[in-house]
Design a protein around this ligand. Structure first.
Ligand SMILES: NC(=O)c1ccc[n+]([C@@H]2O[C@H](COP(=O)([O-])OP(=O)(O)OC[C@H]3O[C@@H](n4cnc5c(N)ncnc54)[C@H](O)[C@@H]3O)[C@@H](O)[C@H]2O)c1
Length: 345
């Protein structure tokens, strides 16, 4: 039986991925330092559900020895642990770089040291494309949209020039490039996902990261939602079940896909502006949530929608869960597990 290492496995995406692999009968090692508020709840949930098929290493990615041991025991590595907030990266760029860049090098070096290196999937971000400020946008009632019909219909492809912006964009972007280069320079089976907004159960969203969950948590608590900018910024959203399926597919096809980066998100059929999410929340709750508008935040993209056609062509994967359904499912999870979620908000 194969064993997967998930760094950041107690986090939102990692917990969903671990649960899927374990439910399919696989074995999983979770390496996580539990620095994200609330994720201890995820780990407790995973341990209760899966018992001894799950190995847990409470450790820091910056600890080379522990990382080497964990990578040494795995056939597949999903490298998801990270300092995830742009805001924190602006306050603490050294910490951000140490975790996101040095930590990734620790994982890569541990993989390279193996006689038979594991496959490696890295969770990168659409932020590697920068603010995309040169996309000409038209303003509609609830959203900004690209003026160019082809871009509106397809989204942003992997051929978009890289433009690292904010320390988080730089650390994740540099790590993204190293991961791709370890395929070129050392022949490792590495794949990069440049992910857009992922949402779903086990997400402890806050003002700094995880906006879909954060908005819902605020609405559930009858607290005002802060919107930075005009609320018409558009993101493609992807339900976590869909990203987990994509990650499993990338791992299964890693030898063939080695050295490639893919944009992964909901694509043009699953995009939402912040104002449109507020409307969905109003439908779910039967009343409009309270909203405070503030100035734009540094590095915020007014429009980002992924063109996922390359990954679909390579593997047949496509998103299945529509935002209306996914947001309803996340809302239901937050209603039943609210105490844990609100403790982290
Ligand atoms: N969720 C999204 O919308 C999204 C979008 C783009 C990219 N990503 C990337 O996907 C990955 C997973 O995101 P997520 O939403 O599950 O985030 P998350 O914060 O829920 O999970 C990250 C996990 O990493 C752990 N961690 C942080 N620093 C660590 C360290 N030094 N050592 C060990 N563990 C550490 C945290 O405790 C947490 O459990 C991240 O790399 C993130 O940058 C996420």
């Amino acid at each position: 039986m194969t064993r997967a290492l998930i760094t950041g496995g107690a986090g939102f995406v990692g917990t969903n991925l671990a649960d899927r692999i374990l439910s399919d009968g696989g074995r999983v090692i979770v390496l996580d330092n539990l620095s994200r508020a609330g994720v201890q709840e995820n780990l407790r949930w995973l341990t209760e559900r899966h018992g001894t098929a799950l190995d847990v290493e409470i450790a820091d990615l910056r600890d080379r020895g522990v990382v080497a041991r964990a990578v040494g025991a795995a056939d597949h590595v999903f490298h998801l642990a990270a300092q995830v907030a742009v805001t924190t990266s602006l306050d603490e760029p050294m910490h951000d770089a140490a975790v996101n860049l040095q930590g990734t090098l620790n994982v890569l070096e541990a993989a390279r040291a193996r006689t038979t290196p594991p496959t490696l999937l890295f969770a990168s971000t659409n932020k590697v494309y920068g603010r995309l400020g040169d996309i000409e946008l038209v303003e509609r009632a609830t959203r900004h949209e690209p003026a160019e019909p082809a871009l509106r219909g397809r989204g942003v492809g992997e051929d978009c020039p890289l433009q690292f912006c904010t320390p988080y964009g730089c650390s994740k972007g540099a790590a993204d490039q190293y991961v791709l280069d370890y395929a070129r320079s050392y022949g490792l089976a590495t794949v990069v996902f440049r992910m857009s907004c992922i949402y779903g159960p086990h997400q402890f969203g806050n003002e700094d990261q995880g906006w879909v969950a954060h908005f819902l948590i605020r609405a559930l608590e009858d607290r005002p939602i802060s919107v930075f900018g005009d609320g018409k910024q558009v993101r493609d959203v992807l339900f976590v079940e869909d990203v987990v399926a994509a990650m499993q597919s990338a791992q299964e096809n890693a030898q063939r896909l080695a050295g490639r980066a893919f944009n992964i998100g909901g694509g043009p059929r699953n995009c939402l502006s912040l104002l449109e999410l507020l409307e969905l929340i109003e439908e779910l709750r039967g009343q409009p949530p309270a909203v405070d508008f503030g100035p734009w935040r540094q590095g915020d993209q007014r429009y980002y929608v992924s063109d996922t056609s390359h990954f679909t062509a390579a593997t047949g994967w496509r998103p299945r869960v529509l935002p209306r359904d996914g947001v309803r499912r996340l809302h239901a999870w937050l209603m039943t597990d609210r105490s844990a979620a609100s403790a982290a908000a």
